[in-house]
Design a protein around this ligand. Structure first.
Ligand SMILES: Nc1ncnc2c1ncn2[C@@H]1O[C@H](COP(=O)(O)OP(=O)(O)O)[C@@H](O)[C@H]1O
Ligand SMILES: [Mg+2]
Length: 361
């Protein structure tokens, strides 16, 4: 991409906790590791992105506030956080910026003007938006050409989606005609939960129905790799590390590396998804076979557990009282609670609730 125009991307969803910050941190780190020059802008007063890169938000987090409110020079305000990677930091002062901006003329385009002055020195400019559709988000949308929407596929995933699209549409019409939604990224995807696939299908159908329209999402795609649920991604920020520094071989690292590849080489390019999938076909096959073997292990564990329970039921009463607590994992009250059961290999595997209920009978 070097030598070509800079890519400007806002990572946006007015819902909190869907994976925006995790995506900005690790996507930008992956791109920077490829030798691309990347600037990331933290526009969330919660400053999670700033903290994720190990920057002290209280002490050094007023970058975004100074640029938006005090007309500070953006290139001067950027902090070099890694090789090829620069951060416009945030802290809680940004809460004030939202109301202070209200009375400023041209309040939605302050960031765009700041960005225009320095953007040519970068290959990527990626903005982590706050979980709201207020003035900070409008500034982000006015300053970029592409929007990437992370979605967490649970049963309220698409609630508020209409409002989000309306906002992008409005900014597109009024302030930024080049604005397009490039992609939807499914985060914390759980391959074992049918709902994840249902949400994905819903979004794909919706996007298909918009193909022939003039809407900013008419070319949007669901990125064909998802970010799997991976605890390492949740642990890395508290060490101020990207996933590649914290656990370079985990699923989270693999997923974000593929996503960076997709964003860099395929996103926004019509019907290149097949080519992308072909490029990672081998790894997908490997994954499929790993999943199949995990399925087998779970099946074996279930069978063993059923046999164990049958033996217990047939055993005399004292044996049942002694053995039951060690055999059965904790069984909670919540319907969605995941319990674990002992497996033959002494590993503990998650088993979904209906099975636990069956065990209880
Ligand atoms: N794929 C994942 N697997 C497990 N935890 C994740 C994953 N992605 C994000 N998280 C965790 O979920 C929480 C919300 O993610 P975050 O990126 O902060 O969302 P947002 O910026 O949209 O509020 C964070 O604690 C983060 O570490
Ligand atoms: Mg966030």
């Amino acid at each position: 991409m070097k030598g070509e125009a800079v890519r400007t991307i806002a990572v946006l969803n007015q819902k909190g906790g869907v994976g925006k910050t995790t995506t900005v941190a690790n996507l930008s780190a992956a791109l920077a590791m490829q030798g691309l020059k990347v600037a990331v802008l933290d526009l969330d007063p919660q400053a999670h992105l700033t903290i994720h890169f190990g920057v002290d938000a209280d002490k050094d987090g007023n970058g975004a506030y100074n640029v938006l409110i005090k007309s500070a020079d953006l290139s001067q305000a950027l902090i070099n956080v890694r090789g090829n990677l620069w951060l416009l930091s945030a802290n809680i002062d940004l809460v004030g910026a939202e109301s202070e901006l209200v009375s400023v003329v041209g309040r939605e385009t302050i960031l765009r003007e700041a960005v225009e002055s320095m953007v040519e020195s970068f290959d990527y400019l990626i903005i982590d938006c706050p979980p709201s559709l207020g003035l900070l988000t409008l500034n982000a949308l006015a300053a970029v050409k592409e929007v990437l929407i992370p979605v967490q596929p649970h049963f309220l995933a698409l609630q508020g989606f209409g409002k989000l699209l309306q906002t992008v549409s409005l900014v597109g019409r009024r302030i930024n005609p080049e604005l397009k939604i490039s992609a939807i990224l499914l985060c914390m995807f759980d391959t074992r939960v049918t709902l994840s696939s249902e949400v994905k299908a819903d979004i794909e159908n919706f996007l298909e129905s918009a193909r022939a329209t003039e809407s900013p999402w008419s070319q949007a795609r669901v990125i064909p790799v998802h970010v799997r649920r991976n605890i390492k991604l949740a642990e890395a920020p508290s060490y101020g590390k990207t996933i590649f520094e914290y656990e370079p071989k985990c699923n989270g690292s693999i997923d974000y590396e593929h996503i960076a590849d997709y964003v860099h080489n395929y996103m926004g390019v019509d019907s290149k998804d097949d080519e992308f999938l072909a490029s990672i076909a081998e790894e997908i096959d490997e994954l499929d076979s790993t999943l199949a073997s995990v399925d087998e292990e779970i099946e074996a564990a279930r069978a063993a557990q059923t046999t164990a329970v049958e033996e217990l039921v047939e055993a005399p009463a004292p044996a049942l009282a002694e053995a039951a607590p060690t055999r059965l994992g904790p069984i909670g009250r919540s319907k969605r609670r995941i319990v674990s059961v002992a497996t033959p290999s002494a590993r503990r595997l998650p088993v979904r609730r209906p099975f636990a209920v069956a065990l209880r009978k």
